[in-house]
Design a protein around this ligand. Structure first.
Ligand SMILES: [Ca+2]
Length: 307
Protein backbone atom coordinates (compact mmCIF):
# COMPACT_ATOMS: atom_id res chain seq x y z
CA UNK A 1 0.00 0.00 0.00
CA UNK A 2 1.50 3.31 -1.03
CA UNK A 3 1.67 5.99 1.60
CA UNK A 4 2.10 9.69 1.12
CA UNK A 5 5.52 10.97 2.10
CA UNK A 6 5.55 13.97 4.40
CA UNK A 7 5.99 17.25 2.49
CA UNK A 8 9.08 18.20 4.41
CA UNK A 9 10.86 14.82 4.03
CA UNK A 10 13.29 16.05 1.37
CA UNK A 11 14.24 19.05 3.46
CA UNK A 12 15.50 16.84 6.28
CA UNK A 13 19.04 15.63 6.82
CA UNK A 14 19.64 11.99 5.94
CA UNK A 15 19.82 11.27 9.70
CA UNK A 16 16.36 12.64 10.18
CA UNK A 17 14.97 11.02 7.03
CA UNK A 18 16.14 7.61 8.28
CA UNK A 19 14.77 8.35 11.73
CA UNK A 20 11.40 9.24 10.19
CA UNK A 21 11.41 5.83 8.47
CA UNK A 22 12.24 4.08 11.74
CA UNK A 23 9.47 5.95 13.57
CA UNK A 24 6.98 4.81 10.90
CA UNK A 25 8.21 1.22 11.31
CA UNK A 26 7.53 1.38 15.05
CA UNK A 27 4.06 2.74 14.31
CA UNK A 28 3.38 -0.16 11.91
CA UNK A 29 4.78 -2.79 14.26
CA UNK A 30 7.90 -3.74 12.31
CA UNK A 31 10.14 -2.36 15.02
CA UNK A 32 9.26 -2.52 18.69
CA UNK A 33 11.24 0.49 19.84
CA UNK A 34 13.32 3.24 18.30
CA UNK A 35 16.28 4.77 20.11
CA UNK A 36 16.04 8.45 20.91
CA UNK A 37 16.55 10.70 17.91
CA UNK A 38 19.82 11.99 19.34
CA UNK A 39 21.20 8.48 19.85
CA UNK A 40 20.07 7.45 16.37
CA UNK A 41 21.59 10.51 14.71
CA UNK A 42 24.93 9.80 16.36
CA UNK A 43 25.16 6.43 14.56
CA UNK A 44 26.88 6.15 11.19
CA UNK A 45 24.57 5.84 8.19
CA UNK A 46 25.77 2.23 7.86
CA UNK A 47 24.55 1.46 11.36
CA UNK A 48 21.35 3.44 10.96
CA UNK A 49 20.49 1.42 7.85
CA UNK A 50 21.43 -1.81 9.63
CA UNK A 51 19.03 -0.99 12.46
CA UNK A 52 16.24 -0.53 9.92
CA UNK A 53 17.21 -3.71 8.05
CA UNK A 54 17.26 -5.74 11.29
CA UNK A 55 13.79 -4.50 12.18
CA UNK A 56 12.44 -5.41 8.72
CA UNK A 57 13.84 -8.91 9.09
CA UNK A 58 11.57 -9.61 12.06
CA UNK A 59 9.50 -12.70 11.40
CA UNK A 60 5.76 -12.96 11.83
CA UNK A 61 4.77 -14.37 15.20
CA UNK A 62 3.36 -17.91 15.12
CA UNK A 63 1.82 -20.16 17.81
CA UNK A 64 5.13 -22.05 18.15
CA UNK A 65 6.01 -19.21 20.53
CA UNK A 66 3.41 -20.64 22.95
CA UNK A 67 4.66 -24.25 22.85
CA UNK A 68 1.13 -25.43 22.06
CA UNK A 69 -0.21 -28.82 23.13
CA UNK A 70 -2.19 -29.11 19.89
CA UNK A 71 -2.09 -26.97 16.74
CA UNK A 72 -4.27 -27.79 13.75
CA UNK A 73 -4.01 -25.46 10.75
CA UNK A 74 -6.14 -25.88 7.62
CA UNK A 75 -3.98 -23.32 5.77
CA UNK A 76 -1.07 -25.78 5.85
CA UNK A 77 -2.09 -28.27 3.17
CA UNK A 78 0.89 -30.49 4.00
CA UNK A 79 -0.84 -31.38 7.29
CA UNK A 80 -4.04 -32.61 5.62
CA UNK A 81 -4.52 -36.15 4.30
CA UNK A 82 -7.30 -36.24 1.72
CA UNK A 83 -9.51 -39.21 0.93
CA UNK A 84 -10.90 -37.85 -2.32
CA UNK A 85 -12.56 -34.62 -1.20
CA UNK A 86 -12.80 -35.54 2.48
CA UNK A 87 -10.20 -35.42 5.24
CA UNK A 88 -9.04 -38.64 6.87
CA UNK A 89 -6.31 -37.03 8.94
CA UNK A 90 -5.41 -33.51 10.07
CA UNK A 91 -1.88 -33.48 11.44
CA UNK A 92 -0.91 -31.66 14.61
CA UNK A 93 1.77 -28.99 14.09
CA UNK A 94 2.73 -28.78 17.77
CA UNK A 95 5.34 -31.49 17.41
CA UNK A 96 3.40 -33.71 19.83
CA UNK A 97 1.82 -35.87 17.09
CA UNK A 98 -1.68 -35.25 18.48
CA UNK A 99 -3.26 -35.75 15.10
CA UNK A 100 -6.99 -35.64 14.37
CA UNK A 101 -8.33 -38.50 12.30
CA UNK A 102 -11.42 -40.31 11.08
CA UNK A 103 -11.24 -43.74 9.45
CA UNK A 104 -14.85 -43.93 8.24
CA UNK A 105 -15.26 -42.09 4.92
CA UNK A 106 -18.90 -41.20 5.60
CA UNK A 107 -17.86 -39.42 8.80
CA UNK A 108 -14.94 -37.46 7.37
CA UNK A 109 -15.28 -33.67 7.04
CA UNK A 110 -14.91 -32.13 3.58
CA UNK A 111 -11.86 -30.06 2.69
CA UNK A 112 -13.09 -26.70 1.38
CA UNK A 113 -10.23 -24.88 -0.36
CA UNK A 114 -12.02 -21.53 -0.54
CA UNK A 115 -14.40 -21.42 2.40
CA UNK A 116 -14.38 -17.61 2.69
CA UNK A 117 -12.20 -14.93 1.07
CA UNK A 118 -10.12 -17.64 -0.59
CA UNK A 119 -9.21 -19.23 2.73
CA UNK A 120 -9.58 -22.95 3.49
CA UNK A 121 -11.54 -24.81 6.13
CA UNK A 122 -12.71 -28.27 7.05
CA UNK A 123 -16.48 -28.42 6.58
CA UNK A 124 -18.48 -30.59 9.01
CA UNK A 125 -21.89 -31.68 7.73
CA UNK A 126 -23.86 -31.63 11.00
CA UNK A 127 -24.93 -35.23 10.39
CA UNK A 128 -22.03 -37.47 11.32
CA UNK A 129 -18.72 -35.76 10.46
CA UNK A 130 -16.11 -35.67 13.20
CA UNK A 131 -12.40 -36.16 13.84
CA UNK A 132 -10.94 -37.76 16.96
CA UNK A 133 -7.93 -35.97 18.40
CA UNK A 134 -5.19 -38.09 19.93
CA UNK A 135 -4.91 -35.91 23.03
CA UNK A 136 -6.03 -36.34 26.63
CA UNK A 137 -5.44 -33.66 29.23
CA UNK A 138 -6.58 -33.38 32.81
CA UNK A 139 -4.36 -30.60 34.15
CA UNK A 140 -5.58 -27.40 35.81
CA UNK A 141 -4.88 -24.78 33.17
CA UNK A 142 -5.77 -24.61 29.52
CA UNK A 143 -6.39 -22.15 26.70
CA UNK A 144 -8.10 -23.00 23.42
CA UNK A 145 -8.64 -20.79 20.40
CA UNK A 146 -10.43 -21.75 17.21
CA UNK A 147 -11.41 -20.04 13.95
CA UNK A 148 -14.82 -21.34 12.99
CA UNK A 149 -18.02 -20.52 11.17
CA UNK A 150 -21.51 -21.90 11.63
CA UNK A 151 -23.43 -23.08 8.60
CA UNK A 152 -26.90 -23.41 10.14
CA UNK A 153 -29.19 -26.39 10.55
CA UNK A 154 -28.42 -29.54 12.47
CA UNK A 155 -28.65 -30.13 16.20
CA UNK A 156 -29.59 -27.33 18.60
CA UNK A 157 -26.29 -27.99 20.39
CA UNK A 158 -23.15 -28.43 18.34
CA UNK A 159 -19.64 -29.09 19.53
CA UNK A 160 -16.60 -27.48 17.93
CA UNK A 161 -14.09 -29.24 20.17
CA UNK A 162 -15.00 -31.63 22.97
CA UNK A 163 -12.23 -31.85 25.52
CA UNK A 164 -12.59 -34.76 27.88
CA UNK A 165 -10.14 -36.01 30.47
CA UNK A 166 -12.02 -39.08 31.73
CA UNK A 167 -12.18 -39.83 35.45
CA UNK A 168 -9.57 -37.20 36.28
CA UNK A 169 -11.62 -34.52 34.58
CA UNK A 170 -10.69 -31.87 32.06
CA UNK A 171 -10.73 -28.07 32.02
CA UNK A 172 -13.84 -26.59 30.48
CA UNK A 173 -12.20 -25.59 27.22
CA UNK A 174 -14.84 -27.17 25.02
CA UNK A 175 -16.36 -24.55 22.72
CA UNK A 176 -19.77 -25.34 21.36
CA UNK A 177 -22.82 -23.42 20.30
CA UNK A 178 -26.41 -23.74 21.18
CA UNK A 179 -29.56 -22.51 19.52
CA UNK A 180 -31.82 -24.26 22.01
CA UNK A 181 -33.78 -22.77 24.92
CA UNK A 182 -34.06 -19.37 23.28
CA UNK A 183 -30.32 -18.88 23.00
CA UNK A 184 -28.18 -18.34 19.97
CA UNK A 185 -24.82 -18.24 21.60
CA UNK A 186 -21.57 -20.00 21.84
CA UNK A 187 -20.82 -21.71 25.10
CA UNK A 188 -18.79 -24.29 26.91
CA UNK A 189 -19.87 -27.35 28.78
CA UNK A 190 -19.65 -28.52 32.36
CA UNK A 191 -22.63 -30.38 33.74
CA UNK A 192 -24.69 -27.54 32.27
CA UNK A 193 -23.95 -25.18 29.45
CA UNK A 194 -22.17 -21.96 30.22
CA UNK A 195 -23.34 -19.57 27.52
CA UNK A 196 -21.15 -16.54 27.29
CA UNK A 197 -23.83 -14.07 26.32
CA UNK A 198 -22.25 -13.43 22.92
CA UNK A 199 -24.62 -13.79 20.01
CA UNK A 200 -23.31 -16.05 17.28
CA UNK A 201 -22.32 -14.26 14.08
CA UNK A 202 -24.44 -14.75 10.98
CA UNK A 203 -24.24 -18.24 9.53
CA UNK A 204 -21.22 -18.52 7.23
CA UNK A 205 -19.32 -15.70 8.93
CA UNK A 206 -15.99 -16.87 10.36
CA UNK A 207 -14.94 -15.72 13.80
CA UNK A 208 -12.27 -16.46 16.41
CA UNK A 209 -13.43 -17.86 19.72
CA UNK A 210 -11.31 -18.50 22.76
CA UNK A 211 -11.69 -20.13 26.17
CA UNK A 212 -9.24 -19.79 29.02
CA UNK A 213 -9.64 -22.10 32.02
CA UNK A 214 -7.79 -21.95 35.32
CA UNK A 215 -9.32 -24.51 37.65
CA UNK A 216 -7.15 -23.69 40.65
CA UNK A 217 -7.88 -20.01 40.13
CA UNK A 218 -11.64 -20.54 39.55
CA UNK A 219 -11.56 -18.63 36.29
CA UNK A 220 -13.19 -19.40 32.98
CA UNK A 221 -12.95 -16.58 30.45
CA UNK A 222 -14.49 -16.50 27.00
CA UNK A 223 -13.29 -14.34 24.11
CA UNK A 224 -14.91 -13.54 20.78
CA UNK A 225 -12.77 -11.87 18.09
CA UNK A 226 -10.38 -10.49 20.70
CA UNK A 227 -13.03 -9.16 23.06
CA UNK A 228 -13.68 -10.77 26.44
CA UNK A 229 -17.29 -11.80 26.12
CA UNK A 230 -17.82 -13.60 29.42
CA UNK A 231 -16.21 -14.50 32.71
CA UNK A 232 -17.33 -17.40 34.84
CA UNK A 233 -16.05 -17.97 38.36
CA UNK A 234 -15.82 -21.74 38.29
CA UNK A 235 -13.42 -24.40 39.42
CA UNK A 236 -15.36 -27.19 37.81
CA UNK A 237 -13.97 -30.05 35.82
CA UNK A 238 -15.88 -32.26 33.49
CA UNK A 239 -15.54 -35.87 34.56
CA UNK A 240 -17.03 -39.20 33.65
CA UNK A 241 -17.06 -41.38 30.62
CA UNK A 242 -14.07 -42.28 28.55
CA UNK A 243 -11.16 -39.95 27.96
CA UNK A 244 -11.51 -38.93 24.32
CA UNK A 245 -11.50 -35.68 22.37
CA UNK A 246 -13.37 -34.85 19.20
CA UNK A 247 -13.65 -32.03 16.71
CA UNK A 248 -17.19 -31.60 15.44
CA UNK A 249 -18.96 -33.95 17.84
CA UNK A 250 -19.71 -34.65 21.47
CA UNK A 251 -17.48 -36.63 23.77
CA UNK A 252 -18.54 -39.98 22.43
CA UNK A 253 -18.14 -38.89 18.82
CA UNK A 254 -21.73 -39.87 18.16
CA UNK A 255 -23.92 -36.82 18.79
CA UNK A 256 -24.22 -33.01 18.84
CA UNK A 257 -22.52 -32.83 15.46
CA UNK A 258 -21.16 -29.57 14.11
CA UNK A 259 -22.73 -27.99 11.07
CA UNK A 260 -19.92 -25.60 10.42
CA UNK A 261 -16.36 -24.97 9.39
CA UNK A 262 -13.10 -25.11 11.31
CA UNK A 263 -9.94 -23.45 9.99
CA UNK A 264 -7.56 -23.57 12.93
CA UNK A 265 -7.43 -24.86 16.52
CA UNK A 266 -4.70 -24.10 19.04
CA UNK A 267 -4.68 -25.44 22.60
CA UNK A 268 -2.10 -24.80 25.30
CA UNK A 269 -1.76 -26.30 28.76
CA UNK A 270 -1.34 -22.84 30.22
CA UNK A 271 -3.34 -19.75 31.02
CA UNK A 272 -1.90 -17.31 28.51
CA UNK A 273 -0.71 -13.94 29.72
CA UNK A 274 -2.68 -11.03 28.29
CA UNK A 275 0.30 -10.24 26.04
CA UNK A 276 0.47 -13.76 24.64
CA UNK A 277 -3.30 -14.04 24.30
CA UNK A 278 -3.42 -10.83 22.29
CA UNK A 279 -0.59 -12.06 20.06
CA UNK A 280 -2.56 -15.24 19.40
CA UNK A 281 -5.68 -13.19 18.65
CA UNK A 282 -3.68 -10.93 16.32
CA UNK A 283 -2.10 -13.90 14.56
CA UNK A 284 -5.46 -15.58 13.95
CA UNK A 285 -7.17 -12.35 12.91
CA UNK A 286 -4.57 -11.37 10.29
CA UNK A 287 -4.17 -14.92 9.03
CA UNK A 288 -7.88 -15.44 8.44
CA UNK A 289 -8.85 -11.91 7.39
CA UNK A 290 -10.66 -11.14 10.65
CA UNK A 291 -8.58 -8.17 11.78
CA UNK A 292 -11.51 -5.82 11.16
CA UNK A 293 -13.34 -7.60 13.98
CA UNK A 294 -10.64 -6.91 16.59
CA UNK A 295 -11.75 -4.20 19.00
CA UNK A 296 -10.44 -0.66 18.75
CA UNK A 297 -7.37 -0.44 20.96
CA UNK A 298 -6.34 -4.07 20.48
CA UNK A 299 -2.51 -4.01 20.10
CA UNK A 300 -2.74 -5.92 16.78
CA UNK A 301 -5.65 -4.05 15.27
CA UNK A 302 -3.41 -2.36 12.69
CA UNK A 303 -0.62 -4.87 12.08
CA UNK A 304 0.12 -8.52 12.81
CA UNK A 305 2.34 -9.60 15.72
CA UNK A 306 6.02 -10.20 15.04
CA UNK A 307 8.65 -12.04 17.05
CA1 LIG B 1 -20.86 -37.20 6.51
Amino acid sequence: MAVEAPDCFNNKTIDNQLYTILEKMVEKGYASEAPSRNCFNELTIDNQLYLIYAALKRELWTPTQLTPAVWLDAADSATITLNGSTVSQWNDKSGNARHASQASAANQPTYTASAYAGKPALTFDGVNDNLEVNYIYSGDKATIYAVVSRLGGGSTEQWVFSSYGGANGTPLVAPMWTTGAGTNEWATYSTTFLPNGAELPTDGTPFALGLVSDISGSVLDAFTNGTRSAQHATSARYTGGGARNFIGAELNGASRFLSGRVSEIIQTETVLSTTDRQKLEGYLAWKWGLQGNLPIGHPYKNFPPKV
